[in-house]
Design a binder for this molecule. Structure first.
Ligand SMILES: [Zn+2]
Length: 516
């Protein structure tokens, strides 16, 4: 059955003028054209709205975000209401042995530190562990710290930090690898919870027009949950999975990753490897070429340069795509060097990409395009928000100006893809495009390095063609032309023309021609 989309603007992300109408037949785009439209059985009246290709998110965490949405969820909660929200959740779930959830933001607490005694006031009777929305720290109550055996005598793990009171006792915030000290005593997340989380997350993402993504943290458990969801007909979007690289192991884990990459389903392909090279600047755990101004030394590198140089060429040789988390200039330098150590043919076919690209040394900007490493931008962070002003800039000093150099990367030949890092930040692509193009999140704040702003078309390209390329799906998606899959989004306003991108809202999403 053919459906005509007409009476609005159409942005195809293909070369040439934009068409007046588009026809979908079955699961595919059957044609686009100018002037009087053909007769079709069905018509979809855009009524002045805008039709776009389905958007793709190049770095997102649906199982984490979805499981959190189904638990004690603070993501959309104002900081002043955190405690009453947690108390209400605990009261509504009296039989849960643990209060688990997340979504609080570091910058909502003085110095980024959330205290156990505060959480004790609303969860005094049971252990509680709430992950920060940044995904790098967690907030535990006293009961949880006690169960985990964390006290003044507990040393910091090599890959994390226990925030402490002056006498050394734990304060309640655990950074990076220190979260695992509590997680090892929490009840494991079941396959059913993970599957339900993926389905909840998918509904949220489809509501933002996202019809495909790359999951930036796939474990054997989430892989099984994706495949189970797909086999039950619950997976509608198309996902590429980046399998988590175990920091405690070296290249001996590659055969297992290769084996796992063959365990896929029609809509889920785990063909990437997530290499989390370092932490984040705002807590001094990103790996830096020069020390922080704030006493954290050079930060933390989770995967050493030696392991990267040995492993990345082999990962690419095995046909798997490196997906780096690179925040500090040292982490990004080492990731680029590791790709450069590989065979250029393997680089071209696997399409390595570095997500976050926060502090990029000037000498490394031109290497992205030259080496064939894509820049995977989380543009929402490229502004003078509370995290940047209060936590990051004081730690970086003069190097703060080298953050998020999206314009320079594109000008020097890098491919750019865009991703939200949801549930760290919102998945709304238009909120991200707004910051990418203005370098500000708020009209009253000064733009952050405004010369690095993208054009509207470049930002939309990142969420369509750019991310489709990252996902090896550019033949079937990312733009609208005859023969491509009818993954479509209808939005209230044309994002290339609207006065304020933050006003753009999704009204309809189609996957393979079907409204979802
Ligand atoms: Zn992430």
């Amino acid at each position: 059955m053919a459906t005509l989309f007409h009476n609005g603007s159409i942005v195809t992300m293909e070369p040439g003028p934009e068409p007046d109408w588009l026809v979908v037949d079955g699961a595919s785009v059957a044609g686009v054209g100018f002037g009087p439209p053909p007769n079709t059985e069905e018509r979809f009246d855009l009524d002045g709205r805008c039709l776009l290709p389905g958007l793709q998110d190049a770095h997102v965490h649906p199982p984490i975000g979805g499981v959190a949405m189904n638990r004690c969820d603070l993501h959309e909660v104002q900081p002043a209401a955190y405690l009453e929200t947690i108390a209400a959740y605990a009261a509504a779930n009296p039989d849960l042995p643990w209060i688990l959830g997340g979504g609080w933001a570091m910058h909502d607490f003085a110095g980024g530190i959330a205290r156990a005694d505060l959480l004790d006031t609303v969860v005094p009777d049971r252990p509680a562990l709430l992950h920060g929305s940044e995904g790098h720290g967690a907030w535990a109550n006293s009961h949880a710290l006690r169960l985990a055996g964390i006290d003044a005598s507990t040393p910091d793990p090599i890959d994390g930090r226990i925030e402490r009171l002056p006498g050394g006792a734990p304060i309640g915030t655990l950074q990076e690898g220190a979260v695992a000290l509590v997680e090892r005593v929490t009840p494991p997340t079941t396959l059913a919870e993970l599957r339900a989380g993926i389905v909840t997350a998918q509904q949220y993402l489809l509501g933002h027009g996202i019809t495909g993504w790359q999951d930036a943290w796939v474990t054997p458990q989430t892989q099984a949950a994706y495949i189970e969801a797909d086999s039950r007909g619950e997976l509608i979007a198309t996902a590429v999975g980046a399998m988590w690289w175990d920091r405690g192991l070296g290249i001996e884990q590659i055969p297992e990753l290769v084996g796992r990459s063959r365990d896929s389903s029609p809509r889920f392909r785990p063909t990437a490897v997530k290499l989390m090279v370092d932490g984040v600047c705002e807590n001094g755990t990103a790996s830096m070429l020069e020390p922080y101004e704030s006493g954290e030394g050079f930060g933390i590198q989770f995967i050493t340069r030696e392991v990267l140089l040995e492993a990345v060429p082999r990962i690419m040789e095995a046909g798997l795509q490196p997906h780096f988390h690179g925040i500090g200039d040292k982490a990004i330098r080492d990731a680029l060097d590791a790709v450069a150590a590989g065979d250029p043919i393997d680089v071209a076919r696997t399409r390595p990409h570095i997500a976050h690209i926060q502090v990029v040394d000037e000498a490394d900007v031109e290497r992205f395009g030259r080496l064939g490493v894509a820049a995977n931008a989380q543009a929402l962070w490229a502004c003078n928000d509370g995290c940047m002003v209060d936590l990051t800039k004081p730690r970086l000093g003069a190097r703060a100006r080298q953050q998020y150099p999206f314009r320079s990367l594109i000008d020097e030949g890098a491919r750019l893809a865009c991703g939200s890092d949801w549930s760290v930040s919102t998945a709304d692509p238009f909120a991200q495009m707004a910051v990418a193009t203005t370098r500000t999140h708020d009209d009253s704040a000064d733009p952050f390095e405004p010369q690095q702003a993208l054009t509207r078309r470049e930002a939309l390209h990142g969420f369509t063609v750019g991310s489709a390329w990252i996902n090896h799906r550019e033949d079937e998606s990312g733009s609208l032309r005859s023969g491509k899959r009818a993954d479509l989004v209808v939005v209230t306003d044309n994002p290339l023309a609207v006065a304020d991108l933050r006003d753009v809202a999704v009204t309809d999403t189609f996957v393979g021609g079907v409204a979802v």
